[in-house]
Design a binder for this molecule. Structure first.
Ligand SMILES: C[S@@+](CC[C@H](N)C(=O)[O-])C[C@H]1O[C@@H](n2cnc3c(N)ncnc32)[C@H](O)[C@@H]1O
Length: 229
C-alpha cells in the first residue's frame, strides 16, 4: 500500500508558456522514446538495456544539471523526474543536442518512480532547489520530510549520496533539522567551504544562478546514506 507520507507531493504548475512547434515535436517524438515506462518494476536493464549505475534527479527544472551529469558520466543511467512540461522540453532539448542515450524522463511525481525502483539500487539522488513552501502550515508539502526521505533511503545503496541544494534559508534550516534527526543520513561536510562552495561535479541550475544573481547564498548539502548495521 502507498505510504500517505510520500503521496500527493505535486502541488505546482504543470505547464507555463505555450510550446513552439519544434518543442511540441520533441514532446511528441523524443519523449515517448525516453520516457520511464508507465507501469511495472524498474531497474537499470529495463531502462537502459544494461546493468549500469543509476541516479535520480527529483524536480530537474529545465534539465541543465541532469544533462551536465549525464554528459560527464555516459556510463551511468540518469532518471530525471519533473512534472512541469516546459521543463521537460528543456531536458529533451539537451538530450537531443548532446546525444544523450543515458537519460530517461518521467513527467510527473518523482516518488512514483522511486517506489518502483529496487531497494538499494541508486548511487545518487539529487534534490536541487526544491519548492520551499515557506509557510509553516505548508511544511508537510516539502520534499524533505521523513516520508519521502524514508523512500529515498530505501532506494539508495549503502554509502550512496543524497545531494540537496537550496538558496532558501527557511528550507536550509528545515532540511538540516529533519536530516539531523536521522541516523541513516550522515552529513559529509567537514568545513563551511564544503557546503558554501559548489562542488566541481555539481552543474549549476537555473534556480541556483537566479539566486546568485539576486545576491542570495546557496547551500550545497551532501549526505551519505549509512543504514544501521
Ligand atoms: C524551484 S524548482 C527547481 C528546479 C531545478 N531543480 C533548479 O534548481 O533549477 C522545483 C522543481 O521541482 C519540481 N517538483 C515539485 N514537486 C515534484 C515532485 N514531487 N516530483 C518531481 N518534481 C517535482 C517542480 O515542478 C519544479 O520544477
Amino acid at each position: 500500500m502507498t505510504d500517505p507520507m510520500t503521496t500527493r507531493r505535486l502541488y505546482g504548475r504543470r505547464q507555463g508558456h505555450k510550446l513552439r512547434l519544434g518543442q511540441a515535436d520533441l514532446v511528441e517524438r523524443l519523449l515517448p522514446e525516453i520516457s520511464v515506462p508507465e507501469e511495472g518494476p524498474l531497474d537499470a536493464t529495463t531502462l537502459f538495456g544494461k546493468d549500469c549505475p543509476l541516479e535520480v534527479e527529483i524536480g530537474f527544472g529545465a534539465g541543465e544539471h541532469l544533462a551536465g551529469q549525464a554528459m560527464a558520466r555516459r556510463e551511468t543511467g540518469f532518471i530525471g523526474c519533473e512534472p512541469f512540461l516546459n521543463g521537460v522540453v528543456g531536458a529533451l532539448t539537451h538530450v537531443r543536442d548532446e546525444e544523450l542515450d543515458n537519460v530517461r524522463l518521467h513527467m510527473g511525481d518523482a516518488l512514483d518512480v522511486l517506489e518502483r525502483l529496487p531497494d538499494a539500487s541508486l548511487s545518487r539522488v539529487y534534490l536541487l532547489h526544491p519548492d520551499p513552501w515557506r509557510k509553516a502550515r505548508h511544511a508537510k508539502r516539502r520534499m524533505v520530510n521523513h516520508g519521502p526521505l524514508d523512500l529515498i533511503a530505501a532506494k539508495l545503496k549503502p554509502g550512496a549520496e543524497f545531494r540537496l541544494g537550496t538558496d532558501d534559508p527557511t528550507y536550509c534550516r528545515w532540511a538540516m533539522m529533519v536530516l539531523g534527526q536521522r541516523r541513516d543520513f550522515v552529513w559529509s561536510a567537514q568545513t563551511a567551504a564544503d557546503f558554501l562552495t559548489r562542488p566541481d561535479d555539481w552543474p549549476e541550475t537555473r534556480y541556483e544562478r537566479k539566486a546568485r544573481r539576486q545576491g542570495r547564498e546557496v547551500w550545497y548539502f551532501r549526505y551519505i546514506y549509512q543504514p544501521a548495521a
